[in-house]
Write a protein that binds this ligand. Sequence first.
Ligand code: TYD
Ligand code: MG
Length: 453
Amino acid sequence: PKKPKTSYVCSECGASQPKWAGQCPDCGAWNSLNEQLAPARPAAARGGGYAGLAGGAVVETLAEVAPEERARTACGIGELDRVLGGGLVGGSVILLGGDPGIGKSTLLLQACAALASSRRVLYVSGEESPQQISLRARRLGLDGEDIRLLPETCVERILYHAAAEQPRVMVVDSIQTLFTEQLQSAPGSVSQVRESAAQLVRFAKQRDTVVFLVGHVTKEGALAGPRVLEHMVDTVLYFEGESGGAFRLVRSIKNRFGAVNELGVFLMGDQGLREVKNPSAIFLSRHDEPTPGSLVMVTREGTRPLLVEVQALVDESSLANPRRVALGLDQNRLSMLLAVLHRHGGIGMFNQDVFVNVVGGVRIGETAADLPVLMAVLSSYRDRPLPLELAVFGEVGLSGEVRPVPNGPDRLREAVKHGLRRVIAPAGNVPKGGVEGLEIVAVRTLSEALDAL
Ligand code: TYD
Ligand code: MG
């Protein structure tokens, strides 16, 4: 067969080159040329204006469009349904990303098994042999009776089989192993990943099939990884958590059919991933003795409050530029908070290294962590432990004010539920009658909060 025409397009300037080169001849950027299919000549350009384009979509008034409630299918794993926004939507494409070995294949095999009893499921694997998958299924205690398996890496051949099988749900594990015959570049390159995914997305929409794409991310954020796919798919889920630990978090980063930042929590065990239905306190390490620098904060990820331990270590620095290291938090935010602490709390840390860690590998994106981080830092700096039954949350502004955060009362109730007795919280978050069983210290400014310690 005739090879389709391809060209090399620069990701920096968009110029198109007939041949690959290390440097773009137009803008001079290095390593920016990616192979792409040459576009077919559009009908309008072939002469005759736009008359040849009649048919296709029609223009209508927005008010005329009847909203359609998309039916959802529960995939049988509650925590996965939760991050998906309540189940699978027909024809949607879901990207599941994460570090190698974190549990992507395990989760999807379990989901397939749960779905297979009621609908046709096709599991396409480019990474593992059918024997390896069968071994995993056995380990997970799944009979695999209804799961259709296809070991294949060529997209065209995958789509050929899929068209015959007509699955309602198709898993492609992983997108980095696929290649399309239309491009010459190697599997895993940006061009291959993007073009393969585009074909699978088209299939999903045309056949109303749910397609899961597995994508590996490397620590550097992976150039050829799933990042380039995020805008093409409907939903993006990422695995978080330390692969050494037992907990696995799945977070929705993008979702056309639900809320973002929703968290699903799992426990990796001998028999695969088990749901943790009530995860609010799993990230607390229960100390027997109060320890300096350790503090419980009440955060809210998605629609669920979560009690998380934050740890700080402040130590005299021998460096001209003392270190500021934040794990699970934004580094710049930490620097900003330390500046606020100096300016409005009168405590400077110029000659100190400051390390902050969120226990359990959770990533906290919300500002409610500000006040607890500062308090943990201070506790370590002074080498004075905070009471075990204390929890803190609140945003700290640049002028030293403590601002309320969303869903304050929810967080307070969650704290009592787990046996915490005292909470330092923004005044704007404290309900009038207080919360039963809880001593609440309502603060308006950072200095009020520091006085409360
Ligand atoms: P896997 O799903 O293969 O990861 P990914 O597809 O994201 O690369 O998970 C592999 C890890 O999970 C591996 O280190 C073994 C572990 N594991 C368990 O601990 N229990 C189990 O029941 C299974 C199937 C895997
Ligand atoms: Mg895998």
